[in-house]
Design a protein around this ligand. Sequence first.
Ligand code: PGA
Length: 242
Amino acid sequence: MRRMVAGNWKMNMLADGAAQLAGELRRGAGEPGCELLVCPPATVLAAVAHALLGSVCQVGAQDCHAEASGAHTGDLAAPMLRDAGATHVILGHSERRANHGETDAMVLAKVRAATRAGLVPVVCVGETLAEREGGWAESVVAGQLAGSLPHGFGQSGMAGLVAYEPVWAIGTGRTPTEADIAAMHAAIRHRVGPSVRILYGGSVKPGNAAAILALPEVGGALVGGASLDARSFLAIAAACPA
Ligand code: PGA
């Protein structure tokens, strides 16, 4: 399966910076050995999608509402994101689970909404440091998968990816050992079946990308901080094994 390197810009980038980064990605991407996706904030999504139109770089959103329209002040529906040029949407990121109280049931409803709108969901799961140290990492992730993924996820007619992002590795510069990443990806593979790409996320940088991307069952990377710089994002993409 072709790997995917996805950039999560989070709550960063005004119009000028987004246009510059999109331009650098467009010019610098060449013919990558993996799929490329960038997920800018919603305010610049349409502009970034326009700037990357016809390039190798796809564009995604960072969240969506579970309903297709209605009285939900400040929220964004999946069809709106599709309309703005998104092909993918990140769902259940740990920052949304922690900062907005998103439960597995809420993530599941969003996954269904995204699928109905023709967006490919990238569903994030991952344990906290206390959960890892307590020895519950795999059971926590198994519970998140069971609660967040609809039946048939990732099979024909319902494209989807999973991103394993240990909460304690996000933005910290810390990563699990390669053995721990491989073990968790094997456990996730066991639950999601053969056709779902499983990305690793959490402090992926140009310096550690090649080792992580070469691990069994690692189908790509979800990159936060390092995706805000075109050179480092494209260096991570270039680290994908052929
Ligand atoms: P990071 O973020 O690469 O800055 O650790 C990853 C993520 O939250 O998706």
